[in-house]
Structures are given as C-alpha cells and as structure tokens.
Design a protein around this ligand. Structure first.
Ligand code: HEM
Length: 463
C-alpha cells in the first residue's frame, strides 16, 4: 500500500544546503487523507458527479491547506512507459533545440494569418458586435494546424475555406478523444471488458487518428524517397542534413519503426492542442480584462515591429513584457495542476523519508499561490518575471508551466514560440475586449480550462 501511495508536495526549492543533520521522519508520518485501503481517496474525487475530477487544482490546494506543503494521498495504481527514454532521446533533438524551432516561425505565422482571416470572417457571420462565438474552437484549430504543419510537413486545412474534410475528421477525433480520456481516467477500466458503447466510440476515435496520421506519414515518406532518387549529386546524403524538418529527420534516421513514429506523433498532437489553446484563451482573457496591461504590451510590440511586419523569434527576444505576460498567465492558470514522478530510490523530501516506488506529485497549482514563493500571489504582475539589475535573480525552478528535467514538456519551445507570435500579431492588429462580466473559474478537462466560454471581441486598430 505504501508503494502505491502518492506523496504530493511543492517542489522543495530550498534544500538544506548547509549539511546540518536534520531529523528525517518516516514516510508513514506524512499527513494526508486516510481513504480506503485499496482505492484510497478515489471516491472523494468521484463523488458529487466527479467534482474534484473537474477541479483537481482545488482538491490539491484544499489538501495542501489541510495537511501542509507535503502530504500523501492514494488513488489506485498507475503504469509507467518503458520505451519512453529511447523515444525522448530521438525526438528531443529536433523539438527542443531553439535553432530548429526558431526556423518554424514562418510556418507558424502562416497559420496565424489563416486564423486571423478565419476570425475576421467569423466575426462578420456571427454579427455579435465584434465578439467571436466559440473562440475556444478557433484556437484549438490554430494549435492543431500549427502542430500539424510542424509534424507532417504540410498544412492540414481546418482553417481553410472550405475546410479539408479529412483534416476536420482528424481534428474532431483529437479533441473528442482528449475530452473522453478525462472522463475515463479515474474510473477502474471495467468498461474495456464489458465493451460499452462509450468505450467502442472512444476506440473508434483512436483508430481514426491512427489511420489519418499513418496516411500523412506515408505521403511524406514517399515524397522523401522521390527527392532522394531525384538528387542529381549522389554524394549528397540527405540523412545527414542539419536542415531537415521534423518528419524527414525522424523518417530518414531510421531509429524508430513505423508504429513507433505514428504513436509518438499522435502523442505530440494530443499534447499540443488543448494546452496551447487554453493558455491563449487565458491570455486573451487577461488582456481583455486589463486595458493597461494591453496598452503596455501594444507599446512594446509596436516599438519592435515595423508597420505590417510579422515577428520572428529574433523579434520576440526583444519583447520581454510579452514573454513575462504569458509566463504570468501560466502561473495564474497552470494548464496542469501538477506533475507526477515515480522515484526509484529512497529520498528525503521536506523532512520525510519517501521510499522508492512512491509516486510523487509536485503541486504546481499549490506553488503558484504560495506567498513564500511569489509576493502577492493573487495579483497578476507580469513584471515579476522580468529580469533587472536591481532585482534578485529569479529561482529558475519557480517557472513550472512546462515542468523540469528529462521528462519536461517536449513541446515547450514550440509552444512558447507559437503563443508569443500569436499574441504579438493579435495585439498589433486588434484591441482585445473581454465581455465576461464575472470572474471565470478553472475546470479540468484533462488540462485546466476556462469553466465558461471566454467572450472576446476584437476591434481592428486604426493606425
Ligand atoms: C502551453 C502549452 C503547453 C504546456 C503548458 C505544456 C505543459 C506540459 C507539462 C507540464 C508536461 C508534463 C511534463 C512532466 O511530466 O514533467 C508536458 C508533457 C508533454 N508535452 Fe507539453 N505543454 C504544452 C504544449 C505542448 C506542445 C505544443 C507539445 C507538442 C509539440 C507538447 C508535447 C508534450 C508531450 C509529448 C509531453 C509528454 C512528455 C514526456 O512524458 O516525455 N506540449 N507538457
């Protein structure tokens, strides 16, 4: 039972560095809800129509208040992937290098141009005095198209007019699968054995995703083979080229078999869509609610870009307020309330001995509102992320949005750049107005999302 428990805590970023001997308490003394012997607190999470499934962040904050910065909880068993390290060593090379990702800014800008045209057309059709209905869907399409063009080396076509029907099918499968995974995640997997309709439909979504992804990858494979045949200078080895795009790199290196390539690409797509889109919804919400923040951002962006110029990663480097604004949005609205880790050796955490094979959950949403880490944590202050000679250096471990270590988000660089480009482009073209009257809360739909529609109106700037 101990081995199946989870210890939840803030990342203890101030270890006892002075080598003084401190009393280490045993794992059994870590406070936490008692729960039931086998399923632990699962019922607490499921009751009231799964209230705490949708509000995991509140569950974690509540337990942190009740039991302290480190506490333990139990929710059944979890599996860990084994092949993961090998996959990461191959994919990291292409997705986490700043230089490679910067080269995607042209494609990312093309998708943004399509999104802006799509939004403008929708505004006219909706006729809601500038407001865009179902902005969430528009932003999901933007992140789907962006990751699509990077992974498959071609545009998929959900933002084109009319949309590409295969791309639409792909898009709906990714979105629905993500939503349904959230409903299935905490339930013991009996539905698999009774083959309920829900389960069959869910499997169908996966089949559709795999079929379309396979088709797209095969097309790219054939294109590459043709290019290799056509290269007149046979001494050129395309496989060694530094300039290769993501899919050509993975296909030509031959380190992954075709099932592994499809599986990894699907994983990347699934992880990319909701995360970036929801972060953008929150950022627009903040901008729309805070005209002074918006004005400051506009001034920064227009100082860097000439009229009508599109930003690239070089321009973004000069926009410290923009980068800080997105970081602060991620602090206030973390997309994942925390990340789990299995530890393979005994460790001491916050004064307690944690045995090997325990699952640790680092509670990012708890850290975000911890006064000992952030001053005035309830206030939205992008400035806290801007370095200056007069300020103390920020602890690098307090920016938790993409997590840390070898398992940190593999899409971090892609996500950051695509979001920075989108906000810079939108703010230089439009004034953002938020029409939600009250505060919008967070709800967990696998990732933390706005509880109600974010109502945004975009008013073209007259320069
Ligand atoms: C604002 C956008 C995003 C946020 C906040 C975000 C955040 C995260 C976090 C916190 C993790 C867990 C890391 C850990 O366990 O330590 C993660 C994992 C992951 N993310 Fe992202 N992510 C974002 C966008 C993306 C994008 C665009 C992609 C694809 C290009 C992506 C692909 C992945 C994958 C594949 C994993 C699993 C990594 C692994 O377990 O090896 N993410 N992400």
């Amino acid at each position: 039972i101990v081995n199946q428990s989870t210890a939840v805590g803030n990342l203890d970023h101030k270890p006892n560095g002075n080598n003084e001997s401190v009393e280490v308490k045993p794992f059994s003394e870590i406070p936490g809800p008692k729960g039931l012997p086998l399923i632990g607190s699962l019922l607490t999470v499921l009751k009231n129509d799964g209230y705490y499934i949708k509000k995991t962040h509140l569950y974690m904050i509540m337990n942190a208040k009740k039991y302290g910065r480190i506490h333990k909880d139990k929710m059944g068993n979890f599996d860990e992937g084994e092949e993961w390290r090998r996959f990461r060593s191959i994919l990291d090379k292409k997705l986490l290098k700043v230089k490679d990702v910067s080269a995607y800014s042209g494609r990312m800008n093309d998708v943004i141009t399509d999104l802006i045209n799509y939004l403008t057309k929708k505004q006219l059709e909706d006729d809601l005095n500038g407001e865009i209905s179902n902005l969430r869907d528009c932003l999901y399409k933007w992140s789907f198209e962006t990751i699509g063009t990077i992974l498959y080396n071609k545009r998929l076509g959900t933002l084109q007019d009319p949309p590409n029907p295969i791309a639409e099918k792909f898009y709906h499968s990714v979105c629905l699968m993500f939503e349904q995974s959230n409903d299935l995640a905490p339930i013991p997997p009996y539905y698999k054995y009774f083959k309920t309709k829900y389960w069959k439909d869910y499997c169908q979504l996966w089949d559709t995703m795999f079929e379309i992804a396979e088709q797209l990858i095969n097309e790219e494979h054939q294109r590459l083979q043709q290019i290799m045949q056509d290269i007149a200078d046979k001494s050129v080895d395309l496989r060694r080229s530094e300039e290769l795009e993501f899919l050509p790199y993975v296909l030509l290196r031959g380190e992954l078999n075709s099932d592994e390539i499809v599986g990894n690409i699907i994983d990347l797509m699934i992880a990319a869509v909701d995360t970036s889109a929801n972060t953008m919804l929150w950022t627009l919400y903040i901008l729309g609610k805070n005209p002074e923040i918006q004005e400051k951002l506009y001034q920064e962006v227009s100082n860097v870009l000439k009229k009508g110029e599109y930003p690239d990663s070089g321009a973004i480097q000069k926009m410290s307020y923009l980068r800080a604004l997105i970081k602060e949005t991620q602090r206030m609205y973390p997309i994942l309330p925390g990340v789990p880790r299995f530890i393979d050796t005994d460790i001491v955490l916050a004064g307690y001995r944690i045995p090997a094979n325990t699952r640790i959950m680092a509670g990012f949403c708890v850290m975000s509102c911890d006064e000992s880490i952030f001053d005035e944590p309830t206030k939205f202050k992008p400035e806290r992320w801007i370095r200056s000679p007069s300020k103390r250096r920020l602890d690098p471990y307090i920016y938790t949005a993409f997590s840390f270590g070898p398992r940190m988000c593999i899409g971090r660089r892609v996500a950051e750049l695509q979001m920075q480009l989108l906000i810079a482009r939108l703010i230089s073209q439009f004034r953002v107005e938020c029409r939600n009257t009250g505060e919008v809360g967070q709800i967990i739909r696998t990732v933390a999302s706005p509880e109600t529609d974010i109502r945004i109106a975009l008013e073209p700037r007259i320069n």
